[in-house]
Design a protein around this ligand. Structure first.
Ligand code: 7PM
Length: 275
């Protein structure tokens, strides 16, 4: 089954896994240390990821780091809109990583093709705005809120609990008028999950293929590699690449990463060895 995402007269074939490059337009990003927080550097970083083979650039202006301060609407717009305007001159998909309906609207008007919402369109007004914008949406699972999620994550069955959440959010989207072919699912590694939960999801991610929708996987530099490998954030490349390889072999459609060039190489090797 090959999925094709469509947005604004552009289409994206998901016959093999593609790369979403992470562009943090935040001054307090945990892994880039604020290095890419200026407009100029963000644009350069985007250009570099495009040159390395990213097919989607995921632009985010709100930090979801546990305990991070809330970002005002004005601040979030000021961070992301100029960068979207720059990237929209290139032949690449743009994803807007936000939970705020007004940011979704202005980002799509400025050129974004896809809405990536770690709150799965649960903020007031988000479903309605996403439906009216008529672009694909990524629904990510999170237990709790960014502030509290890592305190004591608990599941009856992590896979089945996430699947129930997906079922409810897919229904909410369809009821709001979002097209089924516009929905992408993401189990949300690290968002209210222990190391054990994350590893169960990594191993069993094919369970989410039951919905016949594309699956997005985001593992890059996450703290699961701190806990599993005892690595600081700048030492998590090998772990992240192994996670990307496993996800590709298990049929993930979109892989969200910081290290685009390295992950492209991994996916090329996986692709030539597919049976
Ligand atoms: C601090 C903690 C900073 C966590 C950044 C993060 C995902 C996402 C993020 C994901 C989708 C990160 C996360 N993670 N969107 N946004 N899936 N769809 O590590 O896994 O990038 S933010």
């Amino acid at each position: 089954m090959t999925y094709v995402l469509k947005s604004k007269n552009k289409s994206l074939e998901l016959s093999k896994p593609i790369i979403m490059g992470i562009l943090n337009a935040t001054p307090d990003s945990f892994s880039d240390g604020g290095q890419f927080n200026t407009y100029e550097t963000a644009c350069q970083h985007a250009d570099e990821m495009i040159a390395h083979g990213a097919q989607i650039i995921d632009i985010g202006g709100e930090s979801t780091r546990p305990g991070a301060p809330d970002v005002s609407l004005e601040e979030e717009l000021a961070r992301v809109i100029p960068v979207i305007e720059h990237v929209s001159k290139k032949d690449v998909w743009i994803s807007i990583d936000t939970s705020k309906p007004e940011v979704m609207k202005q980002a799509v008007e400025a050129g974004a093709h896809l809405i990536n919402d770690v709150r799965a369109l649960q903020e007031p007004g988000a479903l309605e705005v996403a439906a009216s914008l008529n672009v694909p949406v990524c629904l990510m699972h999170m237990q709790g809120t960014p502030r509290t999620m890592q305190t004591a994550p608990k599941y009856q069955d992590v896979i089945e609990d996430i699947a129930v959440f997906f079922e409810q959010r897919i229904k909410a989207c369809i009821d709001a008028g979002i097209k089924r072919e516009h929905i992408i699912l993401d189990p949300g590694f690290g968002f209210g999950k222990t190391l054990e939960h994350n590893l169960t999801i990594l191993k069993n991610q094919k369970a989410f293929h039951r919905f016949d929708l594309p699956v997005l996987i985001g593992l890059s530099r996450k703290s699961m590699f701190k806990h599993l490998l005892n690595r600081d954030v700048e030492e998590r490349l090998a772990g992240s690449l192994a996670g990307a390889m496993i996800s590709a072999q298990k049929g993930a459609h979109i892989i969200r990463v910081h290290d685009v060039a390295e992950t492209v190489d991994v996916l090329t090797v996986v692709d030539v060895c597919q049976e």
